[in-house]
Design a protein around this ligand. Sequence first.
Ligand SMILES: NC(=O)c1ccc[n+]([C@@H]2O[C@H](COP(=O)([O-])OP(=O)(O)OC[C@H]3O[C@@H](n4cnc5c(N)ncnc54)[C@H](OP(=O)(O)O)[C@@H]3O)[C@@H](O)[C@H]2O)c1
Length: 323
Amino acid sequence: MGKVKIGLLGMGTVGTGVWDILKINKDEVLRNCGYEIEVSKILVNDLDKERNVDAPTSLYTDDFNEILEDDEIEIVVEVMGGIEPAKEYILKSMAKKKHIVSANKALIANHGKEIFEKAQLENVMFLYEASVAGGVPVLSTIRESLAGNKVEEVMGIVNGTTNYILTKMAKDGVDFNSVLKEAQDKGYAELDPTADVEGYDAAHKLAILGSLSFGTNIDLASIYREGITKITPIDIEYAKELGYAIKLLAIGKDRDGDIEMRVHPTFIPLDHPLSSVGDAFNAVFLKGNAVGDLMFYGKGAGDMPTGSAVVGDIIDIIKNRSS
Ligand SMILES: NC(=O)c1ccc[n+]([C@@H]2O[C@H](COP(=O)([O-])OP(=O)(O)OC[C@H]3O[C@@H](n4cnc5c(N)ncnc54)[C@H](OP(=O)(O)O)[C@@H]3O)[C@@H](O)[C@H]2O)c1
């Protein structure tokens, strides 16, 4: 039985999920790719941090070069987040002919073009399923199963925190700030919630989703963006009386080459499947000119759902690499 060695950049929420899945689902992974996957090094910031994961301390390092210079590591899994040094580490790993898996939506939305070009230049694979809708396998489906379609429209609830807040406001009639505070207390929302509640995170995901769906590089700055901070319980009540739910939607449309991309709170008819996507769940609704309407639904965050997408990408690379 062969072995493929990988290096993990980061052992936070997603890194922990990846480690646990590779352990719990060892047999399934082996059956699905024909190789044992071994995490041979793990890069972290703080070597002394207490971690809720059973990886041996001998695997940890705070020196990226230990991963870069290890020729046995074929795949680098970037689950550290942020723009730098994540971007530098990805580009340097590609130059060493290592394949990359990343969950980093902010990085891909801002610097995807440069990263894709480098991957092509170095003839390595770069997969990023977890960057949009966490565990929901929407990107690989668009790339592979829907490759025979012209995608005309994608519409998604791609930010779990804002969907949780809007769902709770609608159910309990409470205002935005109270629900946000409760979500922060429970750890569902960041202490600085700007990226979520102002729609930046959803815009990052829409840039990635739109670029893949419409086969073009979407400039993040061209996406209209509006968050949910101005929504009141009265807005939600009125919407309901008129037969609508209010959701933060990421919307991309290709009207004969004229591409429209926007993120904003939207009235959705109560009989539309996206209106019933509640709590922190994500969903992506897509229209292809051959397949018609499709909807993907599931968990958009968390260690195991996000880890599921990352491990899927690792297996995909192992099955498709040339060596
Ligand atoms: N959390 C989710 O559910 C989710 C879902 C989809 C996508 N993502 C994406 O996945 C990525 C990781 O998210 P996360 O929630 O797992 O983050 P996290 O819990 O904050 O973990 C980040 C990890 O990276 C390490 N790290 C950060 N900067 C570093 C540096 N400069 N040098 C070395 N190590 C560094 C940290 O080390 P220490 O542990 O020592 O601090 C930590 O282990 C992000 O791009 C995020 O957007 C997350």
